[in-house]
Ligand binder design. Sequence first.
Ligand code: GDP
Length: 335
Amino acid sequence: MIIPDIPTYKEILDKAFSRARKSGEKLRTLRIPRNVKYRRIEETKIQTACDVMISTLKRILDKTPIIDELPEFYQDYIDVTVGIDELKKSLGAINRAIKIISQLKREYTKRIKFSSPKEAYKLRREIYGRISSVIKEIKDDLDFLDFAKNRLKNMPTIDFDAVTVVIAGYPNVGKSTLLRKLTGANPEVAEYPFTTKGIQIGYRKIGWGKLQVVDTPGLLDRPVDKMNEIELQALVALENLADLMIFIFDPSETCGYPLEKQFALYKNLRKVFNVPIISVFNKIDLVENLKYLKKYINKVENPILVSATEGKGLKKLIAKLEELYERLERKIWKT
Ligand code: GDP
């Protein structure tokens, strides 16, 4: 979770004023001169109301991470999902409200010091009106933060230290089947903008480290030139994350896309992702004429014939992943 629970402006006002009333009530039994007592009551109310507002708003800022310090993938994710500028604007408005209320608290605490009970009462009414307006003015920002909180609550938990392989290929070629075979039965499924099925993340232990395997159904299965700007941004986020790619071909064409078209997508993504690719020819159990494949096998990087459902070729695929993983780990150590 990236943004904490956000109260509505009404909740903030109710909490602040009811706490203020209670702290005022407590002073009623004090045995001090009436004049002094009434002034003290109003003063306490002012301070409590301001303090509750300030601490409620501060809590929002304290519990929200600094956006610029988040990993780039998350910044892209937030931008695509709710908009970074809007988020910063709302957080900025909260920050300004804290400053204004603090300032008003100082000003009125000073002014009330030597006032009569009647003036104290007036001053308290006056500041109540002013701090209420400050809170009302950030109504839209609070609403937006609440919306953002809900949109971002299923943000995927990604390990930015792990070597990451992204899976690409047309729908129904066997991406999610292979992800499960490589990483175990239950990948994490989180929301990802523009893929209705969400992002799937699984892990595989390799030596002392782990390999993070990511599938984004609905994103890496379309030609890049057909993507709109926001999809492209999601693609860039993924590109930043990827150390490796597994591109899955379905030579049986039971996925519904001719091999020629699949190859075009491969070439397309090859240009965008500047990482090593393993080219998996899946569903090999359904293919009778392997000769037909030769033409493609010769043109792609690291081809491996696999049947994800029958487990054929998986050992070879894993060995290749481990080999590339070792190379990447060495590279990471060096930098
Ligand atoms: P995705 O859309 O790319 O994630 O594809 P899925 O993993 O959902 O697989 C689509 C269909 O192909 C499912 O019915 C799988 O059972 C089937 N499938 C996946 N791999 C193989 C394979 O190696 N052989 C056969 N015969 N079917 C497979």
